[in-house]
Design a protein around this ligand. Structure first.
Ligand SMILES: [Zn+2]
Length: 529
């Protein structure tokens, strides 16, 4: 006699991500596990008195989506600021900021997030919107921010030229005054750190809100991309309180000046292995981004050949710190947008293998916006994972003239090389990089399916829908060493599932964005319906 299931999903187009049994009609779960995958007929015996039966109505059911690259806590905190992602003109910006300021009269600061480049560039433009309260707005990619004069004065950086910064540029005019543009971490923090952090209750509410929104799009796991013990504990507190509905993998962020003793925290985080929240990884930044001329490139920028970029870590520094992380058994993830950053990180990984020997380390490179052909096979040779975010790629050349003009036609054939890397044998995992891009997997899949060549002679880098789903399920589970637990709809696997509004394979690629999750299960519980 089959056990009676807690939840029985029938009449679904089940895409299992399991090569040995790729398609099915029905899935049964009991507790937090999948107990049956097969036909509607075979599922009947799992129907018991208290079984909840759900009709899949011929729609796609997959394993819960795993977003391999998000910034969850910082993103959640940004949810308390004005949303500027859709802003296209300065007038729209003005309307949103004034509205936000009105609704938040008791807060001194007016914060905004997610703005595109080239909408504002100076403090005076922001002063025209609001001058008596400090304004700080961050770019969508997290690498640049703009502040008004009041904010710069409060930070003491309007005139003061002497502030030492390991990683950041306060852009100044010919009189030495800050223009309002702040590039990279230390420059942005000079202002950002003055904005009062939400209190612990508000923090918890914002985090729960963000997690709920992830569940609404079918995401049941994330690889967080910054972290320390404090952040890990914020997630752990939600799990302890029974309020967590997302599995979160949290690395330790290794800062440029980090010393060996700082890695004690990383080692301690790796010992945290709860049901949903766990450590075990280290994150580095090798460079910045093309948009702000901080991507570490092998050849000059197309639109400003005089820009010289230094990597955030020298090869020696990186290899030394990364080897120590490898000694601790940590997985390493490195942010690399420029081709020189990708190469240097691969060189570092190679050096680690020479000194520590080869192990199943699954070290990873994030983003890979440009990669030289000779570096592509090295991903497979070294067992390095390509962690890529489809919606970072301009959908077409016209869609994002900033990125395409920084890199120039000479590099477009090497741009966001999803297909080329896959063909070269790299293991590809997909993610969003929220808050840099929206976390909705359908938005990312839209880019992966519909991206146009920036020039007719460029290779086609598009992925198939099947590859996208695998990149968000089975292949992402592998990236976090959980391929035997989740990422597939398979008997004995965790009951993390998502039912979509459509049979995704029947939706035209250009309309994939209209599909959405209608039911999400995490650990056998329905967390969104
Ligand atoms: Zn990121």
């Amino acid at each position: 006699m089959a056990p009676s299931a807690d939840i029985l999903l029938t009449n679904a187009k089940v895409f299992t991500s399991d090569e040995s049994n790729p398609r099915a009609e029905a899935v049964a779960t009991k507790g937090n596990r999948i107990v049956y995958v097969g036909t509607n007929e075979g599922a009947r015996t799992f129907q018991g008195k208290s079984t909840r039966a759900i009709d899949g109505l011929g729609r796609t059911l997959t394993a819960g989506f795993i977003d391999s690259h998000v910034h969850l806590l910082s993103g959640a905190m940004w949810m308390g600021h004005a949303e500027l992602r859709e802003v296209k003109t300065r007038e729209e910006l003005k309307a949103i900021l004034l509205d936000f300021a009105n609704h938040n009269k008791t807060d001194e600061w007016v914060g905004g997030r997610g703005i595109r480049y080239n909408i504002v560039s100076t403090r005076q433009e922001l002063d025209e919107i609001i001058s008596d309260r400090p304004i700080y707005i961050g770019a969508f990619d997290g690498h640049t921010a703009w502040a008004n004069t009041r904010a710069l004065e409060m930070a003491g950086i309007l005139q003061d030229n002497k502030r030492e910064m390991a990683n950041g540029i306060i852009v100044r005019d010919e009189h030495g005054l800050a223009t309002g543009e702040l590039r990279e971490g230390d420059a942005m923090s000079a202002v950002f750190e003055l904005i009062p952090a939400p209190d612990s209750n508000r923090k918890r509410e914002l985090l729960k809100l963000a997690i709920h929104k992830f569940n609404q799009t079918g995401i049941t796991s994330v690889h967080n991309m910054n972290g320390d013990m404090e952040e890990l504990m914020a997630y752990a507190a939600l799990e302890d309180a029974g309020e967590m509905s997302l599995r979160i993998y949290v690395p330790f962020h290794v800062l440029p000046g980090a010393k060996e003793e700082d890695l004690k925290e990383a080692a301690e985080m790796a010992t945290v292995q709860m049901d949903y929240v766990r450590g075990g990884a280290a994150k580095f930044f090798m460079d910045g981004v093309w948009e702000s001329y901080t991507a570490f490139n092998l050849h000059p920028y197309a639109d400003d050949p005089d820009v010289k970029v230094e990597p955030i870590f020298s090869l020696e520094q990186f290899t030394r710190m990364a080897t120590l992380c490898d000694n601790l058994g940590l997985q390493i993830a490195v942010h690399c947008c420029g081709d020189a950053a990708v190469r240097q990180t691969l060189d570092g990984y190679e050096a680690i293998q020479r000194s520590n020997g080869r192990r199943d380390s699954r070290h990873r490179i994030e983003h890979i916006e440009v990669c030289q052909p000779e570096d592509m096979p090295r991903f497979q040779e070294l067992g390095v994972i390509a962690s890529m975010q489809a919606s970072h790629a301009p959908l077409s050349r016209e869609d994002d003239l900033v990125w395409t003009s920084r890199t120039g036609p000479q590099r477009w054939h090497l741009a966001f090389p999803w297909r080329s890397l896959k063909n070269a044998g790299a293991h590809l995992a997909l993610g969003s990089d929220w808050t840099v891009a929206p976390f909705d997997p359908m938005v990312n899949i839209h880019f992966a399916l519909n991206r146009k060549k920036y020039s007719p002679e460029n290779p086609d880098q598009r992925l198939t829908l099947e590859e996208c789903i695998l990149g968000y399920t089975r292949d992402a589970a592998y990236v976090e060493f959980k391929e035997n637990e989740k990422g597939q709809i398979k008997e004995g696997y965790l009951a993390d599932l998502v039912l979509f509004s459509h049979d995704l394979f029947e939706v035209k690629p250009e309309e994939i964005r209209s599909a959405r999750a209608v039911l999400t299960m995490m650990d056998g519980r329905i967390v969104f319906e």
